[in-house]
Unconditional design. Structure first.
Ligand SMILES: [Zn+2]
Length: 270
């Protein structure tokens, strides 16, 4: 599933292809992809609009329209965005076509069909419940201390909770906990101020590095031009079960936490 660095990389590639362009029409191939409003109204409301800007919040892409409304996209597990000439043959997993002026299509392909599109007056209708961005100064040891007080859930699960911090998924949670040398099963409320400070720094470092390396390509994730990210080469524990820990050489262990595959160094992560 694309996490913050992958979503930002995709957004950075798509924005120059769609910004300033007018939408001539919309074809909804899979109604379930349109979360709100109803697919017919979604299509009618987008016709004639121009995309005037974009930004990211958590794992959502937000596109500002010239009527002050917003088109939000969430790729979930397998969503992909491309801009192609309108006469390119459809893919069987194309779910939503946004026809741009100049006979080009902005296509949302999504094998698993969990991806969603939203057309809203205010982005907060969708993203209002998200926690701070990990690179925002609001995300600090003090913030985590206050929010995690008394929490018994494993820190791994808490890092995946988008209401606590936005944009982190399975890959970067495992990598950040390794860098901070914190065991993924530690109850959130048990972490000391020093551990929380180390965790905040680890999250920031791993997200910054993954942004610089254009994300992690393990299976589905591709940049819109078809190229892949390179952070998979920088992974220290994620999906490296039984390989030697890059720091101490102990075999990396895999456990399941909250239903999610979790990788850690059993010697150094306390
Ligand atoms: Zn180790």
């Amino acid at each position: 599933m694309p996490e913050l660095p992958e979503v930002q990389t995709i957004l950075d590639a798509i924005t120059p292809l769609v910004q300033g362009r007018t939408i001539e029409g919309v074809t909804v191939l899979w109604p379930g992809t349109v979360d709100r409003p109803a697919p017919e109204l979604f299509a009618d409301s987008l016709r004639g609009r121009t995309i005037v800007g974009s930004h990211r919040r958590g794992k959502y892409m937000l596109f500002a329209l010239d009527d002050a409304r917003w088109l939000l996209l969430h790729l979930r597990m397998t969503g992909e965005l491309r801009v192609v000439p309108g006469d390119v043959a459809l893919h069987p997993h194309d779910r939503l076509l946004i026809h741009l002026e100049g006979n080009e299509d902005w296509r949302f392909k999504d094998t698993r069909k969990f991806g969603r599109a939203y057309l809203v007056e205010q982005p907060e209708e969708v993203v209002g419940g998200l926690g701070p961005e990990p690179l925002d100064e609001v995300f600090s040891a003090e913030y985590l201390m206050a929010r995690l007080q008394g929490r018994t859930a494993p820190i791994k699960s808490l890092l995946l909770d988008q209401r606590l911090v936005a944009g982190i998924g399975n890959i970067y949670a495992d990598e950040a906990l390794f860098r901070a040398r914190i065991h993924p099963l530690r109850p959130g409320g048990s972490l000391s101020a020093a551990e929380l400070a180390a965790l905040v720094e680890a999250v920031r470092a791993v997200i910054r590095q993954a942004l610089a390396e254009m994300g992690t390509t393990l299976r589905d994730y591709r940049r819109p031009d078809g190229s892949i990210g390179s952070f998979q080469n920088s992974l220290q524990v994620f999906q490296r079960t039984d390989e030697p820990c890059p720091s101490c050489g102990a075999p990396i262990r895999r456990i399941v936490v909250g239903g999610r595959s979790t990788h850690f160094c059993p010697v150094e992560q306390k």
